[in-house]
Design a protein around this ligand. Structure first.
Ligand code: AMP
Ligand code: MG
Length: 391
């Protein structure tokens, strides 16, 4: 997609760089002490006997000493303080005895010990990240450390989200006979918050082929990507695929996937089109597997394949040949091994399968039932790893 913008780093989380970002300064910007102690010239101190120094000053973080060292001098330094002129090593406070204006230490003292060198983190001009990087908290922290205020990023992809179905009701209304609350539009717009997109919540469309066609045609004018849910199966009221076929193009329909078999992908005018299945779990899984990486790519970020882990299954999983299946599971470590358990009946209407789930278990199309104790591949659901805890 064309278009870039320059934005403050405060607003850049999750955005995709449209240019390399280079360090405008050396980081650290000066030689600094890494510890609390005494700055000395280490020359000749590798094999000497106990050594006495005159303490001639102090260098604190943000308040460097103006003095420079002559032989036999030392300057008291603290973590992050600039190394004084003439010093090239720090004697740890714990290795020093202070007697008035004298500091006594027992060598060896090595050149560069406990010194953070200017440019050791990154040199001025070096690349902090390349074009097409999705900016994380860690990139942005690094930019902040370099004093970077703004970055050039790809413009946000515009995503229009519809749900379809005569049975759907908005939250806040009472359910009538045969009605259910619309959860897909909520789920998709909520998942889109993690992406560098501008989301247009375009409401729910009735099961009427003309209304569907009109709504999509209108929406495609201002969007890069249209996502619908429902109406792509083979039921009598499934008009979405037919409508897209008529006003645009269906590239493919139906994939050997569980959940998510009826997924339809195509184009409406200038917009890419994803017709997600209506069942809530199918809609979420197909969003994660197909829509999310497409958004990344449209924004100029080549998605990396998910980290695949191997875990031992603690259950018997029935699986028929021919379709790849993504089961919701709970992954945990047990005695140093990864163990995964499916979260109950995997019906594609059951959002309950996401409760307690932290991963998708991948069962390949050429695999039959999986026995208790066998290994499977698992991929983590978004958010996992966002909160680390040291124990
Ligand atoms: P469909 O693919 O339109 O035949 O829908 C399949 C199932 O998913 C039906 O039980 C629908 O009621 C349900 N469904 C479709 N869209 C939604 C939605 N937006 N929120 C919740 N359930 C839905
Ligand atoms: Mg429907």
């Amino acid at each position: 997609m064309d278009g870039t913008e320059r934005i403050a780093i405060d607003a850049a989380i999750g955005r995709i760089t449209a240019k390399h970002v280079n360090a405008p300064i050396d980081l650290p910007p000066f030689d600094a002490s890494a510890m609390d102690g005494y700055a000395v010239d280490a020359t000749g101190l590798d094999h000497a006997d106990e050594k006495r120094f005159d303490v001639i000053g102090e260098s604190l973080a943000g308040r460097p000493s103006a003095s420079s060292l002559s032989p036999g001098d030392t300057i008291r330094v603290f973590t992050g303080a600039a190394m004084p002129e003439g010093a090239n090593a720090v004697v740890l406070q714990e290795d020093a005895v202070r007697q008035g204006a004298t500091m006594i230490t027992a060598p060896p003292v090595h050149h560069d010990q406990h010194v953070r060198h200017r440019g050791h983190d990154v040199r001025q001009g070096a690349e902090l990240c390349c074009r097409g990087t999705r900016l994380s908290h860690f990139h942005l922290a690094w930019f902040a450390a370099c004093g970077i205020e703004e970055v050039t990023v790809s413009r946000r992809i515009r995503v229009g989200v519809f749900s379809t179905g005569d049975e759907l009701v908005e939250r806040g209304r009472a359910l009538g006979p045969g009605q259910v609350y619309d959860s897909n539009r909520f789920a998709i717009t909520s998942l889109l918050r993690e992406k560098a997109v501008e989301t247009f919540d375009l409401g729910c469309i009735a099961d009427d082929p003309q209304v569907i066609a009109n709504s999509l045609e209108k929406a495609c004018k201002n969007t890069d990507l249209l996502v619908t849910s429902g109406g792509v199966s083979v039921g009598d009221a499934d008009y979405v695929k037919e409508a897209v076929d008529r006003i645009g193009r269906i590239e493919f329909w139906k994939i050997a996937l569980k959940p998510g078999k009826p997924l339809a992908v195509g184009r409406v005018g200038p917009a890419l089109f994803f017709g997600l299945p209506g069942n809530p779990v199918s809609a979420i899984v197909t969003y994660l597997l197909f829509v999310a990486p497409t958004i990344d790519r449209l924004g100029g970020h080549e998605p990396t394949p998910p980290l695949t882990l191997t875990a031992t299954v603690h259950a018997r999983v029935r699986h028929s040949l021919g379709r790849r299946e993504y089961l919701r599971g709970t992954l945990r470590s047990s005695d140093g091994r990864l163990v995964v358990t499916p979260t109950g009946d995997q019906g594609s209407n059951r959002l309950a399968t996401f409760a307690g789930a932290n991963c998708l278990m991948v069962v390949d199309e050429d695999k039959k039932d999986i026995e208790d104790g066998e290994s499977v591949d698992v991929i983590l659901l978004p958010d996992e790893g966002a909160h680390l805890m040291h124990s």
